[in-house]
Ligand binder design. Structure first.
Ligand code: KG4
Ligand code: ZN
Length: 335
């Protein structure tokens, strides 16, 4: 079974050809084009994202098919991300993929972007099988999901305000770093002192596995206000390291509690923030051989993870057909 998958939920236009054979996924091609246009606005502008997807999607899909050494008629299934994400951006991918499936007379499957991120774990460790715990940490989401079987998910906890990636991006913006700031903070922090300043640990009253990053963001803003611009510039590496440490330790603390309560199952860490080098270090120290990180090429938004999820979804539930719409605020557990 071979799928051509499209991802266009935010500011990456991506296409990929993925196969499922003898109980194993093979990624035959993966093309990802990131939109640089949003950098000067300090965040993603939905209208511009949709326009950029329209301009490039046919080229990206064409490249994915060619890189796989195949033709469109070699596919068995077409898939696209149906949500969550930016409505206008999702529509481009879903409509393009649906039209392709109609022209090629192939079934079409709409994939939940969050389930896609979970499937990046299978692409990264071919031996991984449910059940396992997943931490999804990206620019839009911070969630703990119990993967009970191939397509059965329980949402155990989530952020009560900002996502972890948002904490990196908004904090970085305050420090004058380009968007997205996560990779810049990571780089600066490597030569910084993480004990330079202790940012407060989030206090969460609600019982369960919840995250909160908005207090941390305010603490950084207050810190910047109470110091001169020159001091901030001279200690930018130390401040980045201290701020990053607070984010990473909060992710670790909540995840560790859920992991222990569940009896220490395998733990997958996925999404853009899973690229963070300090996060990888402390999670490896804390969870040892039980932790699986998405491979770097599958951490950020990409169509390979969408293709993998589509293959299993089609196998279990069949064709979605042309009725699929876009669902901008879809959760990991679908209604
Ligand atoms: O998964 P992703 O590409 O898109 C979403 O679905 O949101 O995640 C993007 C997020 C951004 O917030 C970005 O700053 C963050 O991942 N990110 C990082 C690193 N690389 C990307 N955060 C911390 N450290 C990194 N090395
Ligand atoms: Zn994502």
């Amino acid at each position: 079974m071979r799928v051509l998958a499209v991802e266009s939920s935010c500011d990456e236009t991506s296409a990929s050809v993925v196969e499922w054979k003898d109980g194993k996924f093979s990624v035959l091609s993966l093309v990802v084009r990131s939109q640089a246009i949003h950098e000067k606005f300090g965040g993603v502008v939905p209208e511009l994202a949709a326009r950029s997807h329209i301009e490039i999607i046919h080229t990206v899909v064409d490249m994915a098919i060619q890189d796989a050494g195949l033709s469109p008629w070699d596919m068995d299934l077409i898939a696209a991300t149906k949500g969550p994400g930016l409505a206008a951006a999702l529509i481009v991918g879903v409509e393009f993929a649906k039209t392709l499936s109609l022209a090629l007379k192939l079934p079409f499957v709409g994939v939940n972007h969050l389930i896609g991120h979970i499937y990046s774990a299978y692409l990264s460790d071919p031996h991984l099988r449910p059940p396992f715990l997943t931490l999804i940490a990206s620019g839009g989401h911070t969630e703990l999901v119990w993967v009970k079987d191939w397509y059965g998910f329980d949402l155990l906890g989530h952020t009560l305000d900002d996502a972890a990636g948002e904490a990196f991006d908004k904090g970085g913006r305050m420090l004058g770093l380009p968007y997205p700031a996560g990779p810049h903070i990571d780089r600066l922090a490597r030569t910084g002192d993480r004990d330079f300043h202790t940012f407060p640990r989030p206090k969460i009253k609600r019982k369960g596995y919840f995250f909160s990053f908005s207090g941390l963001k305010t603490a950084l803003l207050n810190y910047i206000r109470h110091h001169t611009g020159d001091f901030i510039r001279r200690h930018i590496n130390d401040i980045a390291a201290s701020y990053q440490e607070a984010i990473v330790l909060h992710l670790l603390e909540v995840t560790r509690r859920a992991w222990e309560d569940l009896g220490t199952p395998p733990l997958a860490v996925v999404g853009g923030v899973a690229l963070n080098s300090r996060l990888r270090e402390v999670f490896r120290m804390s969870f040892g051989g039980k932790v699986i990180f998405a491979l770097p090429q599958y951490c950020g938004d990409n169509a390979a993870m969408i293709g993998a999820a589509a293959l299993r979804k089609y196998d279990l539930f069949g064709n979605d057909g042309q009725e699929v719409s876009v669902y901008p605020s879809l959760g990991v557990v679908e209604p």
